[in-house]
Design a protein around this ligand. Structure first.
Ligand code: SAM
Length: 487
């Protein structure tokens, strides 16, 4: 196919090809893309400046909602003219859409060369070489169920991220009726604790301050090397033991978070871990999906509203100041106005400080496809807007309540809107509130935990000044309405 032989050599670089990765979807996909980049670099690739400059274009895809999948199709479609001019360009579709569609994608989008599922990323270099040597377009989408492989984060000495993402498991054994993840990511497989601790330890030695543990249901973790789960609760797992092992074995770790736990496993011993481990963030993202028992049953979430509230309450009470955020789906098949009102009442009752809201999107291979998608698009949009209104009131009240307080902020980098400027940086409190910091020499604060006084609350973030500089626009705390976490 390519007349110039395997990839062109780039003058001045001992490399063979240039790649670009386009990522769709959540944090987990961003993390997968980092690992894909590491595999490609190891095989001799260097990042291209853009698609036009690349020999290999990878689309790392998400299929949790139809919108993400449509976006992928249109992005890949736009490459068709480039591929016609440059038949040697290798177009790779990876991630969940790759897993979901497999070979069908090759038939449907003829300029796609390779389809690679989430568990087949280590094979990517070999597949690229074969394709370059003239092999036919290929789809590789086998789960590594018998011998799970976990790729460690690429770490360049001295250039560790302030917040390091560490995979603890892959796949999902839940059978939520709306969710395609068990189909695209396979059954649950857990990474050995030893590997997780080693990766966290290496990151921290290179400068990482916070570790974020990742898993589809991160709290279902099991490892025969750890103490067995205690107590009679069948939902107890060894996730709390993993947290304790990390804190014990990586003493220089400043902060530890995890996402996303399933409420079923938010058990007594997880709350106890929050009580005992100061390093654990005082914030938990605990997806609830709906506040109506009828809808929760049809979603096959395996908890009732009352059970969710009790588990959330136990977590919140474990340590002073713990906050919760959540995921909610509106317009699930059969969701009535009364069901939706129950969701709003749950949001108020729990007092989620933030939430991600989604319109229900029918997905292939899910049980909910057998239910009638009977909530109109218009009603879904209205419900989503109302949900965000309610969430914004609670979120803003929470942020305003922090004005005038002192907060410990882990500075992560330049503020998004000031990217490139060395003046303003942003970071997070241990409760995940985003704080922009105005300070001279702000760039030198990156990676430090800085005490700031909160001067102002924006809609979704805070502005602070280091506590040794008097805040310019602090509002008196008495003016702020504090919402109770429950009530
Ligand atoms: N595993 C986590 C859980 O369910 O507890 C979350 C994983 S999913 C990648 C992130 C969020 O996407 C879910 O919590 C849910 O709110 C949303 N989601 C998943 N499937 C959806 C669908 N078919 N339509 C709309 N939203 C969906």
């Amino acid at each position: 196919m390519r007349p110039r032989g395997p990839w062109r050599a780039i003058p001045g670089f001992p490399v063979t090809f240039r790649y670009v990765i386009h990522t769709f979807g959540c944090q987990m996909n961003v993390h997968d893309s980092d690992r894909m980049a590491a595999v490609l670099r190891h095989a001799g690739g260097v990042p291209a400046a853009g698609t036009g400059d690349a020999d290999v274009v990878v689309f790392n895809t998400c299929s949790v909602r139809e919108k993400a999948e449509q976006k992928l199709r249109s992005e890949v479609g736009r490459l068709a003219p480039l591929k016609r001019c440059r038949p040697d360009l290798v177009v790779v579709v990876a991630g969940c859409v790759a897993q979901q569609e497999g070979k069908r994608l090759l038939a449907r989008i003829p300029h796609v060369d390779l389809v690679v599922g989430p568990d087949n990323v280590p094979e990517l270099p070999a597949l690229l070489l074969d394709r370059m040597a003239g092999a036919a377009p290929t789809a590789r989408t086998e789960f590594d169920t018998l011998a799970p492989r976990f790729l460690a984060a690429p770490l360049e000495p001295g250039r560790a991220p302030v917040v390091g993402l560490v995979t603890t498991m892959k796949g999902c054994d839940e059978r939520c009726s709306f969710c395609i993840v068990p189909h695209t990511r396979g059954p649950e497989r857990y990474r050995p604790t030893r590997e997780i601790v080693d990766e966290a330890r290496r990151m921290v030695a290179e400068g990482t301050r916070e570790v974020l543990l990742l898993g589809q249901t991160v709290d279902s973790f099991r490892d025969p090397a750890l103490e067995p789960p205690g107590g009679d609760d069948p939902d107890e797992t060894q996730f709390p033991q993993l947290l304790r092992a990390l804190v014990r074995q990586v003493p220089a770790l400043a902060r530890l978070r995890y996402t996303s736990p399933h409420p079923r496993h938010a058990t007594e011993s997880l709350a106890r871990a929050h009580m005992d481990l100061d390093v654990l963030a005082r914030h938990v993202h605990l997806p609830v999906q709906s506040g109506s028992d009828r809808v929760l049953r049809r979603m096959i979430r395996r908890y009732t509203r009352a059970e969710y509230v009790a588990r959330a309450d136990r977590l919140v009470r474990a340590r002073d100041g713990i906050t919760l955020s959540t995921d909610i789906i509106v317009g699930f098949p059969g969701e009535t106005r009364a069901d939706f009102e129950e969701t709003l009442s749950l949001v108020r009752e729990v007092g989620f400080v933030s939430l991600f809201g989604f319109k229900y999107s029918p997905r292939p291979h899910t049980a909910a496809l057998r239910l009638h998608d009977d909530v109109s698009e218009e009603v879904k949009s209205e419900r989503l807007a109302r949900l965000f209104e309610v969430a914004d009131v609670i979120g803003s009240a929470h942020l305003s309540s922090l004005v005038g307080t002192r907060q410990q902020v882990l500075v992560e980098g330049a503020s998004k809107r000031d990217a490139g400027s060395a003046i303003r940086v942003q970071g997070r409190t241990d409760r995940n509130e985003i704080v922009h910091i105005d300070a001279p020499e702000a760039a030198s604060l990156i990676g430090a935990i800085v005490e700031v006084v909160i001067a102002r609350a924006n809609r979704h973030s805070l502005v602070g000044v280091p506590s040794d500089v008097p805040p310019a626009r602090a509002q008196p705390r008495g003016q702020v309405r504090r919402l109770p976490v429950y009530g």
